[in-house]
Design a protein around this ligand. Structure first.
Ligand SMILES: *[C@@H]1O[C@H](CO)[C@@H](O)[C@H](O)[C@H]1NC(C)=O
Ligand SMILES: *[C@@H]1O[C@H](CO)[C@@H](O)[C@H](O)[C@H]1NC(C)=O
Ligand SMILES: *[C@@H]1O[C@H](CO)[C@@H](O)[C@H](O)[C@H]1NC(C)=O
Length: 234
């Protein structure tokens, strides 16, 4: 009984903090979901929205979606932008979180490569040709959000051989940046050293001044000593 009471007392004492914590969490969630600019549903093709692929290879076109308020009967499509008109490549629906997508339409060269577990709606385009270069649009429509459509674009460039120019260019950029950083470090170190040297020499000067001061005071007592010497005599 007593232990229970102290327990509930402790609990009621802890509770306010817990509520503050919950409130903070809620505000954070609300802030993420409803802050201006952030959509409830977001479609993304990743940090690098373009790719160079070899002629004849199979290419992964990445796309994921995330939703704060959840989704229901989500519809998603992959389309190729051919001269401004969208050519459907794949269409599917997802009943809700955790459900596997139901493919409604798929081009014969397209393979679904995603998984419901991570809201991954990527596809693989088989045996790409030069004509497959261009923009690929991944879009999703969430009936739970008044059928608002969200989209992301991925750009593919099909080449006969992967260039090394990009690598040398990045090497050049990296070395230039590295050189600049190195120069900056040396410059700052040099500045520090010079300042240190100036400070040291100034210190030395101060030392000289103070030591001469000590000399004076040392001379002083000897002077007073010589002065005090006569007094016992008197
Ligand atoms: C592109 O790939 C196809 C199929 O692999 C091949 O027949 C064709 O010669 C290739 N073209 C070039 C320019 O490499
Ligand atoms: C439009 O399509 C035609 C034929 O499909 C093609 O020759 C042309 O290069 C395309 N134009 C652009 C701007 O992609
Ligand atoms: C989505 O799935 C593909 C193929 O399974 C995988 O390569 C890719 O990394 C996944 N993307 C994310 C963001 O998990």
């Amino acid at each position: 009984m007593k232990a229970g009471r102290t327990g509930s007392l402790l609990w009621s004492w802890v509770q306010p903090e817990e509520w503050i914590f919950k409130g903070l969490l809620l505000t954070l969630l609300l802030g993420v979901c409803w802050s201006p600019g952030a959509h409830s549903l977001e479609v993304s093709v990743g940090k690098i929205p373009s790719l160079e692929a070899l002629n004849g290879s199979d290419v992964l076109l990445p796309c994921t979606f995330s939703s704060c308020i959840g989704f229901e009967d989500l519809l998603f499509r992959w389309s190729y932008n051919r001269n401004g008109t969208l050519e459907l490549m794949l269409e599917a629906t997802i009943k809700g979180p955790g459900y596997e997508p139901r493919i409604v339409f798929s081009d014969y060269r397209v393979q679904f490569a995603g998984t419901s577990k991570s809201n991954n709606i990527s596809i693989i385009l088989l045996n790409v040709d030069f004509e497959d270069s261009g923009q690929y649009i991944c879009y999703a429509k969430n009936p739970k959000e008044k059928n608002r459509v969200h989209r992301a674009t991925y750009t593919l460039l099909v080449v006969s051989e992967l260039k090394v120019v990009d690598k040398t260019l990045t090497t050049i950029i990296a070395s230039v940046v590295g050189g600049l950083i190195g120069f900056l470090v040396v410059f700052l170190l040099g500045k520090k050293l010079i300042l240190f040297a100036i400070a040291k020499s100034r210190e030395r000067k101060e030392c000289l001044v103070s030591s001469s001061g000590i000399d004076n005071t040392e001379n002083g007592p000897t002077g007073t000593k010589s002065k005090t010497k006569p007094t016992p005599k008197a």
